[in-house]
Write a protein that binds this ligand. Structure first.
Ligand code: DGY
Length: 325
């Protein structure tokens, strides 16, 4: 029997690609543009494997509709705001993502970024490397500390929960806002994000991207967080109104921010790069070899499971009801 043809439109983790090549025929194009394939090739494609978090690799409804035999899109990453899952569902196409295998890594990074932000550890390290310990003396005491803080988590999914568990062990009170109250989670729930921001001084966003969360962390939320407020974002850059954040950091509306994600990656506004009260990372929350390899395996395993059993291992919510032919 001939192997199913899987399209890789753009860059994909090399381990995912080599696992896919073992079982399938791979067709590669530079980006998700159906015009890069001729019609006979478009008609053979039964699966797509694509990475999330790369602006030029968005998979829109038109692209999905260009492949009459397309059955599954296996996406690398837990966030899938780069692809039109609702359209995929309406076309009967399965979409899978890579949850769980990255939760602990992302939660570790979120806590590290929080500590870096309040205790200024990257700047303290730069102080040492620049010889200032010798020439000037000790690094100045930090205004920020985790002691006495209360934490609000925006997005209480699997990663939100992993972050909450860690910070509970730090002795910090936790509350959250989510689309809805989560069963079995005892942390205090706030119906709105602004209410949550009012109740805490440390807001950690791990909310997914997409229209329902776009610029959810806005000027009003930042004002509610207050002058000792700290914002950490390890979800999607689009959930924060970056202009409002830049203004809030500049005029003291909040104290500081730690950001792993940005609205327009890899472009980071110059005002954030220059802000001394912002700690910035280049979208690395899940980026260890260990975790990225596990995510790559899950992309390949979803394709294998689909073509063997008609079921994906980790379907996204919108397509969870879809089964194979
Ligand atoms: C994810 O898995 O969504 C991470 O942000 C990597 O893109």
């Amino acid at each position: 029997m001939s192997k199913a043809a899987i399209l890789i439109p753009g860059r994909l983790h090399p381990h995912a690609e080599s696992r896919i090549r073992e079982a399938f025929e791979v067709v590669s194009i530079a980006r998700p543009d159906a015009m890069l394939l001729d019609e006979p090739d478009r008609e053979r494609i039964r699966g797509i494997a694509v990475a999330s978090g790369i602006r030029a690799q968005s998979v829109d409804g038109e692209f999905l509709g260009a492949f009459p035999k397309l059955e599954i899109v296996a996406s690398f990453g837990v966030g899938y705001d780069h692809l039109d899952a609702a359209r995929a569902a309406s076309l009967g196409i399965m979409v899978s993502n890579t949850p769980d295998v990255l939760s602990e890594e992302v939660a570790d990074t979120a806590v590290a970024l929080l500590i870096n932000t309040v205790r200024e550890l990257p700047m303290a390290e730069a102080w040492l490397r620049q010889g200032k310990w010798h020439s000037v003396g000790s690094y100045p005491l930090t205004k920020g500390t985790l002691r006495g803080r209360s934490v609000g988590i925006f997005g209480m999914g699997r990663i939100g929960l992993a972050i909450a568990k860690r910070l509970e062990a730090f002795g910090l009170p936790i509350s959250y806002h989510n689309r809805r109250k989560v069963d079995g989670v005892d942390y205090g729930y706030h119906e709105s994000l602004v209410e949550l921001a009012r109740a805490v001084d440390t807001l950690i966003s791990i909310a997914p991207g997409g229209t329902s969360t776009e610029k959810a962390v806005n000027a009003e939320v930042l004002r509610a967080l207050g002058p000792s407020g700290v914002l950490i974002n390890v979800g999607r850059g689009t959930t924060v109104d970056e202009d409002a954040l830049i203004a809030a950091l500049a005029d003291g509306t909040i104290m500081s921010a730690g950001l792993d994600v940005f609205a327009n990656e890899p472009d980071v506004p110059e005002a954030l790069i220059e802000a001394r009260n912002a700690s910035l990372l280049p979208h690395v929350a899940s980026a260890s070899m260990h975790t990225r390899t596990a995510m790559a395996d899950l992309v390949a395993d979803n394709l294998l499971a689909w073509f063997r059993t008609g079921r994906a291992l980790t379907p996204v919510r919108e397509t969870a009801h879809i089964t194979g032919p």
